[in-house]
Design a protein around this ligand. Structure first.
Ligand code: NZQ
Ligand code: ZN
Length: 384
């Protein structure tokens, strides 16, 4: 196992009716900026529950944060927050609202210059307004990590940052808030969580049996619960299992001491920036192609995955690897998510994604062996 440091300061408050507890999680008499998205919380009662829970607090609202939250919108929120002296940010919604709120938190305290530098120049975040979240979409793990992914319209960029300063202090996870998710978002959440695990697991063995078993446990749970949540969206127990699983997939635990390969995500972000596909839609397209392309480098782990996750024990090494990748792709398709670019009408122009990653000097893969030529080859496999 490699050396590691593990940090997770987020308090998770999980279960039915937990939004009512939000006031006890925020220091008394703190002026709040409450952020939300395009209105789902107003339609499903989460907004009303939150406002009721915040009785006695001074609350300024900022709605309209888009899926794939935009820098342009977030800067307006940061300005409002500073104007109104907000001392705590409360995100109410999915991963986009929460990621956006993390950026707002950093932008409000950014000393000088343009906070966009956080994304393009790795500008350090020395301070951020404290934040917490009420989560309504299990997918990103953003509720319990220090990551955020921000898009900029004017340049068609979608870039990520990480900072210890933007971990949510708390996350309220009430599975009942997820009953109103449309099937597309429910499926997206299952796939995003699945691929978060794969990016931290599907590399090469480093004698980390616990992390491997934890990762496989999350994958197996998603394979079991995914079809159930699609079939029974109002089943509380299934929704609860999905919600807790999604948090566990990207809260830093399974990546302890193991190599990682975020190439599916990095390529996927470019596809969202270029073509507007949902985050998870890009992942379902790129991941099977990436596994096919990297099957040699990932061979040992692919065989382990074939056996432990899919129960594949028959055939040659190559046949078992093929079968595991086919099962993975079939799982995504069983959730009604497409796995090829041409199914989205994209037959050309995707090569641009490879150029953009290359231009940033990024080399992907757990061994740093995925450069622009390899990314283009992977995208070629996605297109077929
Ligand atoms: O905007 P509203 O009206 O709230 O509607 C949202 C949005 O249209 C809707 N929704 C959310 N909760 C709902 C609901 N509709 C009905 N009932 C509910 N309970 O769902 C739509 C999608 O929401 P969004 O927040 O965009 O989805 P998600 O949580 O999948 O977040 C995706 C974003 O997170 C980033 C992605 O790149 C993307 O920008 N990621 C963040 C990560 C992180 N912070 O660690 C890691 C991920 O890999 C990912 O990259
Ligand atoms: Zn993701």
């Amino acid at each position: 196992m490699e050396n590691f440091e593990y940090l997770n300061p987020t308090r998770i408050v999980f279960g039915k009716g937990t939004i009512a507890r939000v006031a006890e999680l925020i220091p008394k008499d703190t002026p709040l900026l409450m952020t939300y998205g395009g209105g789902s919380i107003k339609r499903n009662g989460v907004y009303d529950q939150t406002i009721a829970a915040l009785e006695g607090f001074e609350v300024v609202e900022f709605g309209g944060i888009e899926p794939n939250p935009r820098y342009e919108t977030l800067m307006k929120a940061a300005e409002l927050g500073n104007e109104r002296n907000a001392r705590f940010l409360l995100s109410v919604g999915g991963g986009s609202v929460l990621d956006g709120t993390k950026f707002i938190a950093a932008a409000m305290r950014f000393p000088e210059g343009d906070p966009w530098d956080i994304l393009t120049k790795n500008a350090p975040i020395t301070d951020a307004v404290p934040l917490g979240g009420i989560l309504t979409l299990p997918a990103t793990g953003s509720e319990s990590n220090g990551n955020a992914v921000i898009s900029r319209d004017s340049t068609h960029e979608k870039l990520a940052f990480y900072s210890e300063k933007v971990y949510p202090q708390f996350a309220v996870l009430d599975p009942e808030t997820t009953f109103t998710l449309p099937p597309r978002q429910t499926a997206n959440g299952v796939i995003d969580s699945y691929i978060h695990v794969m990016e931290q697991y599907m590399t090469y063995p480093v004698n980390a049996p616990l992390q491997d078993r934890q990762a496989e446990g999350i994958l197996l749970t998603l394979i079991e619960e995914g079809p159930k949540v699609m079939a029974n969206p109002n089943d509380y127990d299934v929704r609860a299992n999905i919600m807790w699983t999604a948090t566990q997939a990207l809260n830093g635990l399974i990546s302890c001491g193991v190599p990682q390969d975020w190439s599916t995500h990095m390529i996927g972000h470019e596809l969202t920036a270029l073509f507007g596909l949902d985050h998870a839609q890009t992942l379902a397209v790129v991941h099977p192609a990436m596994l096919r392309h990297q099957r040699k480098q990932k061979g040992q782990k692919l065989l382990q995955y074939a056996q432990r996750v899919w129960g594949i024990t028959e055939g040659s090494d190559d046949e078992r690897i093929d079968a595991a990748i086919e099962k993975t792709e079939a799982f995504f398709r069983s959730l009604d998510v497409k796995t090829r670019l041409n199914e989205y009408g994209i037959t050309d122009g995707y090569q641009e994604a490879a150029k953009r990653i290359g231009a940033r000097g990024k080399i992907l893969g757990e061994r740093g062996d995925i450069g622009p030529a390899e990314i283009e080859a992977i995208l070629g496999l996605c297109a077929a």
